[in-house]
Design a protein. Structure first.
Length: 81
């Protein structure tokens, strides 16, 4: 499943980044590393950017970049916000 496909309020765990090296490095710098857990806080109107909370930070991410992040949904109890 891809990060760009999930709905507001869904908790997730990062499985892998499938983008090019430069974008993958930038996403890793923002906290999107294998095993990191987060939650989708809100989604933009008409497939706009997504507001994601990961590793204690709120991040806005483009849908095109979110489609490069493979995730697995998790229970909300495991997320530290």
């Amino acid at each position: 499943m891809l990060l760009s496909e999930i709905q507001k309020g869904t908790s997730f765990r990062v499985v892998k980044i499938t983008s090019g090296r430069e974008i993958a490095r930038r996403l890793a710098d923002m906290g999107f590393t294998e095993g990191a857990e987060g939650i989708v806080v809100r989604t933009g109107f008409l497939k706009g950017p997504m507001h994601v909370r990961i590793r204690g930070y709120g991040i806005l991410i483009r849908r095109s970049e979110a489609s490069d992040i493979e995730i697995s949904p998790v229970e909300a109890a495991g997320i530290a916000t």
